[in-house]
Design a binder for this molecule. Structure first.
Ligand code: A3P
Length: 296
């Protein structure tokens, strides 16, 4: 047995068909009643869609490309993760958010129907990033092996089925990306795709700049692209999650900054798994205009 297979699983529970840790459900009243402010920015994603990358880009934009300022703290302390709490003495996202001066940038993985209502009431700007299902699945699988705060993924072939059934934290990928896609027509949501960001970071960062009503020089823009590249972020302790104890994330099992490319799923799916996945995908994604690229 490998060490990660012996760990006690965190307690989980389902709320309206969405799997959560018990820590989240115990705190649910507080999360649901969270008070968003009009000048907040929310970065919303399904887990493993490129959240940390987007957070670094946004922080660089907000700090006009000042790398030092962006190294003032870990990603998870710069941008409170509203529904998440870590074992003390680490801060819970809610506590961090509540004591953070405005303007705040916050993070969530909640499906759209579970976002605290104050975000809609205050008309908060939201950047949503989605990533193709197969790469999300592979990334989530490895992340679940190394992150002791989330359920053990079990063997790969089982995990493929668990993911398809949506029995993972934050629920079904399919419902998540579709729910947010529909919401973007009713709210101030910039909906981005990981594959587009990878293909042309400049173009996608420019979309973020317009959305955030920020103007920066070409020089700063190029600096942001460089500083937020996968290779740079992998070496950046304030962005790569290596400052957490191994009892929370064990990078020797799989690093947080793992591959950072579209198409890595091809190294994991068997031909049969891929065919079954595609068939099931077509059914679950029927009727949406949202489409993804699984390679570039
Ligand atoms: P892989 O596991 O496929 O490598 P999140 O931040 O939402 O948890 O997403 C993590 C995924 O984004 C990981 O994917 C990680 O490597 C990738 N990632 C992080 N920073 C990146 C960057 N600068 N460029 C591209 N991918 C990045």
């Amino acid at each position: 047995l490998q060490l990660d297979e012996r760990r006690p699983p965190p307690e989980t529970t389902e709320m309206n068909g969405v799997l959560m840790t018990k820590m989240m459900s115990d705190n649910w009243d507080k999360i649901w009643n969270f008070q968003a402010k009009p000048d907040d920015l929310l970065i919303a994603t399904y887990a493993k869609a490129g959240t940390t990358w987007t957070q670094e880009i946004v922080d660089m934009i907000q700090n006009d490309g000042d790398v030092q300022k962006c190294q003032r703290a870990n990603t998870f302390d710069r941008h409170p993760f509203i529904e998440w709490a870590l074992p003390p003495p680490l801060n819970s996202g809610l506590d961090l958010a509540n004591k953070m001066p405005s303007p705040r940038t916050l993070k969530t993985h909640l499906p759209v129907q579970m976002v605290p209502p104050s975000f809609w009431k205050e008309n908060v700007k939201i950047i949503y990033v989605a990533r193709n299902a197969k790469d999300c699945l592979v990334s989530y699988y490895h992340f679940s092996r190394m992150n002791k705060m989330i359920p053990d993924p079990g063997p790969w072939e089982d995990y493929v089925e668990t993911f398809k059934a949506g029995k993972v934290l934050w629920g079904s990928w399919y419902d998540h990306v579709k729910g947010w896609w529909d919401a973007k027509d009713r709210h101030r949501i910039l909906y981005l795709l990981y594959e587009d960001m990878k293909e042309d970071p400049k173009r996608e960062i420019q979309k973020m700049l317009r959305f955030l009503e920020k103007d920066i020089s070409e020089e700063v823009l190029n600096k942001i692209i460089h500083h937020t590249s996968f290779d740079m972020m992998k070496q950046n302790p304030m962005a790569n999650y290596t400052t957490l104890p191994t009892s929370i994330m064990d990078h020797s099992i799989s690093p947080f900054m793992r591959r950072g490319v579209p198409g890595d799923w091809k190294n994991y799916f068997t031909v049969a798994q891929n065919e079954a996945f595609d068939k099931d995908y077509e059914r679950k994604m029927a009727g949406t205009t949202l489409t993804f690229r699984t390679t570039l």
